[in-house]
Design a binder for this molecule. Sequence first.
Ligand SMILES: Cc1cc2nc3c(=O)[nH]c(=O)nc-3n(C[C@H](O)[C@H](O)[C@H](O)COP(=O)(O)O)c2cc1C
Length: 349
Amino acid sequence: MDLSVQLGKLRLKNPLICASCEFTMTTAGIKAALDAGAGAVIAKSVNESPQAARQLDTAEYVLLDDNWHVIPWEDSHAQDASLFCRSGLARTPLHEWLPMLAELDAYARSKDSYVVGSITVAEAEPAAEIAAKMEAAGLRWIELNLSAPHGREAAAGAVRQITATETVADYVRRVRRAVSVPLAVKLTAQSDDPLELARVAIGEGADMLVMIGRTPGFMPDIETQKPILNSWAAIGGRWALPSSLYWISKYWRNVSREIPIIGTNGARYAEDVLRFLLSGARAVEMASVVMTNGPQTFSSMIRELQSYCEAENVSRLEELVGKAADAAATYGELPMISRSGYPWDRFTR
Ligand SMILES: Cc1cc2nc3c(=O)[nH]c(=O)nc-3n(C[C@H](O)[C@H](O)[C@H](O)COP(=O)(O)O)c2cc1C
């Protein structure tokens, strides 16, 4: 059973990527994800702003159930919960962070995997400088996160969410000029046209795209009548999956099949990974499920993907990429449906 996928020039042994998050902020977390079989691990993001790192000191993380009540991290339904949080960036100084990542990437190489350097942007030129340092340290792959859902809440200029095409162009151009290793660009859907952001990023030299970043959120607690976490925050959950797949499938159909796309936001089970692939993604970045269920998520998902391939006679997982997106009809192509009524007619009969 071949679970490997091609991401431009890079071949991943499987499509399961441990996404950038607090779990990938330490040597122990990154190694655990590699040991569990992740195809790649995106290290926690850094940038040039001390305020962005300081934001980690006020970060808080809760799980919300379907009814928007806080549940314990150990709850048996944690995997299905929404992760509502404030976050910050890695606090380790760059001169210690980069050698640590380089060493971990050497470890990753021994496991046929990657440790990827990640920058959640503040300003463009410093992002390019950090990217150049990542490459100089020996990292083989860099991710530029333009999608931070905390952008509006963070201290001025500490973390930015980039929603305008010309600004995406500027950031990608500068970072592209600074590095020659594969460059992934993570985009937000909170813009007029996420597909246009993708086109611009490709035009400026992105080697792969990551879609789609989490969303900002707000949730009152009806007992205390105060906001949960006392503030605005970012949120993600399984409910985000169809929206993420919408953009992935639209990208696959309308933007590019050559420049690979990595899905993120909403995958909690191996089935969700398959849904991402069928929509056009070649790999999937997962954070929440790693934080609720631990890195062994990767080993169990690998087994489940293998069983699916066996049961469905799929010899190469890559065969699935874009299959459902290709089968989607536009509204204009759909045949007329003759019907005798609607399910809700019973309320007015
Ligand atoms: C606590 C937390 C911290 C995160 N930090 C980063 C980050 O530093 N850089 C980044 O690019 N994405 C960050 N993300 C986003 C994740 O990488 C991922 O794209 C997102 O959580 C959606 O995937 P999921 O549904 O599997 O959680 C963070 C997510 C969470 C939950």
